[in-house]
Design a binder for this molecule. Structure first.
Ligand code: ADP
Ligand code: MG
Length: 251
């Protein structure tokens, strides 16, 4: 089933066309990567898909419904959830507390006051705590649950950013350059994390500059250069594609 459909999307900033009539679709349960040289329009495309930008023309459809033009939090409630390049982590709280807070914010604090102290609230808080703890476990962060975020190394902080996004219960998780600034060990762990997320039935769309990093984990790759799609296909085909090689060599 097609979960995400990007349909002839264009974004202009004044006279500059950052994304030019790009179309592709993402099948449910797959890991799809958008790659391209610096300045190709990846981050702009990412913001168009997560509703942080409105396309100049074209549209983005999620599970059959138009999401372009919606407020980002409305799209998030429909299941389109993004992470942020700068992690939005509360530094003084522990990893677990960060995920718990993200859960609670996602629940729109369902009139917490009314239930405060009631058995219902205690049950609900216990459920949130369990679910937050489980997210950290399957992302491989179980052992740093009670560490304060401020003490976590860079790779773990980035991973915590993903755990926070998972608290919003995405159907489509959008990752902007998840491997940027990571050493090879951290990259390997992050790749395992992305595969673990997909095993739980969540579709992943990631935007990445480093072509090699996405080759192993992607089911489908879309390549953009100067705002336009120049190729799409399985990793083996992309690796051998002359237009793709030329675009990266010209960087
Ligand atoms: P990438 O993420 O692939 O490096 P971007 O999407 O960030 O590329 O940028 C694509 C092009 O759009 C660049 O030329 C960039 O300068 C331009 N651009 C991005 N955002 C804006 C903006 N808000 N206003 C004007 N130009 C922008
Ligand atoms: Mg970018």
């Amino acid at each position: 089933m097609t979960l995400l459909q990007v349909d002839g999307v264009t974004k202009q900033f004044g006279g500059l066309t950052a994304v030019n009539n790009v179309s592709f679709s993402v099948e449910e349960g797959q890991i799809c990567s958008v790659i391209g040289p610096n300045g190709a329009g990846k981050s702009t495309l990412f913001k168009l898909i997560s509703s942080f930008l409105v396309p100049t023309s074209g549209q983005v459809r999620f599970d059959g419904a138009q999401v372009s033009g919606l407020k980002p939090h409305v799209a998030a409630r429909m299941g389109v959830v993004r992470t942020f390049q700068e992690t939005t982590v509360f530094k003084e709280m522990t990893a677990l507390e960060n995920v718990i807070v993200a859960h609670q914010l996602g629940l729109q604090s369902r009139t917490l006051g009314v239930f405060l102290g009631s058995r219902l609230a205690r049950d609900e808080n216990a459920a949130i705590r369990d679910s937050s703890s489980e997210i950290l476990d399957y992302l491989g962060l179980g052992h740093v649950k009670d560490e304060r975020a401020v003490n976590l190394p860079h790779g773990y902080l980035r991973a915590l950013g993903i755990a926070i996004a998972m608290a919003a219960k995405p159907r489509l998780l959008l990752l902007d350059e998840p491997f940027a600034g990571m050493n090879p060990d951290e990259t390997n762990r992050a790749m395992e994390m992305v595969q673990g997320i997909r095993r739980r039935g969540i579709t992943v769309l990631l935007v990445e500059h480093d072509m090699r990093a996405v080759m192993n984990i992607s089911d489908w790759i879309v390549v953009i250069s100067f705002g336009s799609k120049i190729a799409e296909g399985k990793p083996e085909a992309i690796r051998a594609d002359e237009a793709v090689i030329a675009a990266y060599l010209g960087e």
